[in-house]
Design a protein. Structure first.
Length: 93
């Protein structure tokens, strides 16, 4: 995989913290930065996917009115927690 250098301006205290951590981990600072960026981007992509799924569910509810009550969801989750292979409750208007 090709990579391209990128410049990042860091405040001196943060740079010193990163240098110390890189030494503790016996890794170069660029590895530490690359790892941090990778984790951040992955986390934010997952957060955005979750947000989009919630918006899609809300739009579906607004369109159809189909839902399950909190009590129905709690009862289903209690069955799963008890180790039972329970079917999820059916959505209704």
């Amino acid at each position: 995989m090709a990579s391209t250098p990128v410049a990042v301006r860091l405040a001196d205290p943060l740079k010193a913290r990163m240098r110390a951590l890189a030494e503790q981990r016996r890794r170069p600072m660029h590895w530490l930065m690359r790892e941090a960026i990778e984790q951040y981007v992955t986390r934010e992509e997952l957060r955005e996917a979750f947000r989009q799924e919630a918006l899609d569910a809300w739009n579906h509810y607004q369109t159809t009115g189909l839902h399950v009550t909190g009590a129905e969801a709690d009862a289903w989750l209690a069955e799963l927690e008890a180790g039972n292979d329970a079917e999820p409750p059916r959505a209704h208007p």
